[in-house]
Design a protein around this ligand. Structure first.
Ligand SMILES: NC(=O)c1ccc[n+]([C@@H]2O[C@H](COP(=O)([O-])OP(=O)(O)OC[C@H]3O[C@@H](n4cnc5c(N)ncnc54)[C@H](OP(=O)(O)O)[C@@H]3O)[C@@H](O)[C@H]2O)c1
Length: 335
């Protein structure tokens, strides 16, 4: 039977490279591209089918930051599929990133320079926005919309006799110090991206606790630093090109400069082949590249305590209840 794989954010960067690599691994896959832009999704579908004509590739329209769109996409998916074997929760944003020049120069000459460049810790701030649902956009896109999607898709995911896998694209930039249970959407801080990725890691731990017995497993990865639309928002392409000699040198000291979307998907592809029951939920899987350009997967123990993960999960369930009421009221009002 064909394996069914859903990928969010499949229209560019890491998501697009992932789709190509998945089909190279198994050209009989049923791949569903979950994208907000239908035109881009159809173009990707045509490209993939031209290379892998025996695959099934379809699209579903979803703006993951918009709850109505998430509910509609989930409804459509439930009509189209009996089960989903893998869901790659990959769509993500880092809006209006600003480089902290002071932190950059003080870090450059410190002992933490390699760590700082590998994780962007303390280097980046972002200006977040509020969505039509009244949520912080980074939180809504990077985590909450995905959370609602998988809650809605539970009937397709929870079959204890045949496990399904959730695979989140998190980041080495996920930092405990940027996350607070009192401000899960990071309304008050300046690093919503890091907060949302730490929240993803917490959710991953809680999902495993609540769903493993029902046959649903969750894992998180970091793709490394990859040149995509997201990183071109931090520095324009020509500056990345100018920095390339330094980055190639840094690669001999830090394995996180994967640079190409293909390399960045290494951990996502590795997880595709694993038995999810054998994975440790407290581990993050990292795509890594050597100084000579070879790819491999390495691991990092996450700085997470299970009590915080559980409390965060309960907060998400509370928020879910509220948004469900609001969304129902809005659609009653419109009809
Ligand atoms: N690049 C890196 O160095 C790096 C490092 C660590 C983690 N990551 C993570 O990797 C993931 C993929 O990012 P990328 O680097 O490949 O960047 P990218 O090229 O900008 O891709 C982001 C993808 O997410 C989609 N997306 C954004 N907002 C969406 C929304 N509201 N609804 C539906 N889809 C939406 C984009 O769709 P459109 O094409 O319509 O914009 C695009 O397909 C993200 O979760 C990011 O946080 C990236």
């Amino acid at each position: 039977m064909r394996k069914v794989v859903l990928v969010t954010g499949a229209s560019s960067g890491i998501g697009l490279a992932l789709c190509k690599r998945l089909l190279a691994e198994d050209n009989e896959l049923y791949l569903c591209l979950a994208c907000r832009n239908t035109g881009k999704a159809e173009a990707v579908r045509a490209t993939l089918l031209a290379c892998y004509p025996s695959a099934e590739v379809t699209t579903v329209q979803v703006d993951i930051s918009n709850l109505k769109s998430v509910f509609e996409a989930a409804k459509e998916l439930k009509q189209r599929f009996q089960r989903l074997d893998y869901v790659y929760l990959n769509a993500g944003i880092m809006p209006n990133p600003q480089l902290n020049i002071k932190a950059f120069f003080s870090g450059l000459f410190s002992r933490k320079a390699i760590h700082m460049f590998s994780t962007a810790e303390g280097l980046l701030t972002q200006q977040d926005r509020v969505t039509a649902d009244g949520l912080q956009e980074v939180f809504a896109t990077n985590i909450f919309g995905h959370f609602i999607l998988i809650r809605e898709l539970e009937p397709l995911l929870c079959h204890s006799y045949n496990p399904s896998q959730l695979i989140w694209t998190s980041s080495r930039n996920a930092r405990k110090s940027n996350f607070s249970l009192e401000d899960i959407q990071h309304r008050k801080g300046q690093e919503p991206y890091s907060s949302s990725k730490y929240a993803t890691d917490l959710l991953n731990v809680a999902l495993n606790k609540h769903f493993n017995q029902q046959g649903l497993y969750s894992s998180v990865i970091c793709p490394g630093t990859v040149l995509t639309n997201l990183t071109y928002g931090i520095l324009p392409p020509f500056l990345w090109t100018l920095l390339m000699p330094v980055i190639w040198l840094l690669r001999f000291f830090a394995n996180s400069f994967t640079l190409t979307p293909y390399n960045g998907t290494e951990a996502l592809i590795w997880l595709f082949h694993q038995k999810p029951e054998s994975l440790n939920p407290l581990i993050k899987y990292l795509s890594a590249t050597t100084g000579f350009g070879s790819n491999y997967v390495t691991v990092e123990k996450m700085d997470i305590d299970e009590d915080t993960a559980e409390r965060f999960y309960q907060n998400l369930l509370e928020l879910e209840k509220r948004v469900r009421v609001n969304t129902t009221q809005k659609s009653d009002h419109q009809s």
